[in-house]
Design a protein around this ligand. Sequence first.
Ligand code: AMP
Ligand code: ZN
Length: 667
Amino acid sequence: MSTEIHQKINQLREELRQHNHNYYVLDHAVISDYDFDVKLKELQELEKENPQYFDANSPTQRVGGGITKNFETVTHKNRMYSLDNSYSKEDLQDWEKRIQKNLGDENLEYTCELKYDGASINLTYKNGKLINAVTRGDGFQGDDVTINIKTIKSVPLVLQGDFVDYFEIRGEIILPLEGFNKMNKERIDAGEDPYRNPRNTASGSLKLQDSAEVAKRPLDCLLYHIVADELPFESHFKTLENAREIGFKVPDAIEVCKNIDEVFNFINHWNIERHNLPYETDGVVVKVNNLYQQDELGYTAKAPRWAIAYKFKAEQESTILHEITYQVGRTGAITPVANLEPVLLAGTIVKRASLHNADQIERLDIRVEDTVFVEKGGEIIPKVVKVDFTKRLTHSQPTKYITHCPDCNTLLERKEGDAKHYCPNQYGCPTQITGRIQHFISRKAMDIDGLGAETVELLFKEGLISNYADLYDLQEEQIIPLERMAEKSAQNMVLGIENSKKIPFEKVLFALGIRFVGETVAKKLAKHYKSIDQLMIASFEDLVSVDEIGDRIAQSIVDFSNDLSNIQLIDRLKSYNVQLEMSVESQVNQTDKLQGKAFVVSGVFTKMSRNELKKAIEDNGGKVSSSISKKTSYVVAGDKMGPSKRTKAENLKILIINENDFLEMIE
Ligand code: AMP
Ligand code: ZN
């Protein structure tokens, strides 16, 4: 009897899976909604009566209902890169030249896909079942939002046909325009403000705490990339065809092109046709089709070399500039902001736009009351690109840039060669003080839970903190009486601060907010100097000798280290046990054996993957570069090394070694 029930359950699950696929992926329903619901109810009943047959990937799990307060942070097995952008045919031709330089005269083919405008997602499947779904986050780590993703009907929970045992597939969660407009109509009818645009609404949906809410939103998932240790395909195009066959929604607007002319035809076609699509797209992604060539080309610090995004020309609108205001950043940099008559631009209502700096205002001769053109490019904040002089008012006066800080009234400075004005009052200017603390607690830095930007302002206003070290002295009793605070929130805050003591040194270094020391630079410095003490005694000369550290960064670090108040701050952080040196674990297997040596890696290896090999080079102090030049010390060659690379290495008389030779070097 019980096996019969189990069989019935499985049969219903398979039937419903098939119907979901027909309806949401193939857009071709074969049964009525009513019949579907009847079957779903039947399955729900059976599952309820027989909890021993629970399956997290059953179609009944799509309705949601689970509540998540904090999404778990997960490290991506394979980093999720960003894409480089291009804006013209010339840009694409330059990209092709760089590839040809790298690969030699191998045959090239490209796939063109639309660039779907939503929130990126990484889905992992094991033995044909969805095991998790993680947002892109900072590319290294994201949030586990599986519970919410399961409610999106076009995401298969169980696959069909032939697939590899374990793989990740990447795509974009989007909100099609029709669904977006419907959601907005409901909001307006209910007297609420409409959502601004589909992309933000899609990405906001992924972080909703109540998955039943997510299930109600008409989200969709379009896939564009499979990542696996080994794939039985030679081309990207084939992997996409396979993805479609095993149940994923892969749009049809994909084409293989033989050259950049053909690529451009695709772009021109979609530049017009995109307005008829059911969802938004902001460009085309061009990829080298051959997977082996992709592997050979590899990645820069930010993006794959084998792919590039082409951005459709930004949309422009004209509107009136009412006022110019000035913002102070955490480093004291002043940014002028245009306050505009609200205007609809590329689906968003724009009220403010960046004016960059004083020179920009002068060059474009931007004045209050002017009619200006605003453009929305890749960046979130739109910019003013020109003035409509035909509409200038007769009494109009040239803009006088501010001379004093809008926040603390200190006389602004502008250093030679700097485009921006700065408020030099680092330790007294309120916005700079809170800005530094807000940066310190931010996600990519100390990632402090339970404390947000507004609370930082509140704590500062109440005199409880005036620098980031003060955070570690905060007591619950001090926080509870504050506005909008309670025992629970105070506890969470103190706990979040306590937990940040485990954040690794490289992130702490980034959190300190030293000018020009971004995430990547902080990583480099942490690895090289291993502790804040070593870094702070480093001379300018020593700093610039570190790979990729230039004059500007070096000077900024020296300035930081010579400042007495910084030294005191660091001492305090140390006393609270914040990680100010590399942990022992992260230092094992790290040596200087390959110091000063540059490697190029080419081909396929047997003992380790190409990425492991590259990591081993870097861990031992060597440098990995992508193309062979006179500066290359060794080429590590595996199977199927590109013929043009071999010739080049031989011509330049660069030593070609194999995997075993390399392993001996680092033994
Ligand atoms: P960006 O966020 O501008 O750096 O662009 C990179 C992002 O574009 C990726 O993280 C993807 O989420 C997204 N994207 C959208 N469509 C595609 C596509 N067809 N191929 C690759 N990436 C895409
Ligand atoms: Zn100031």
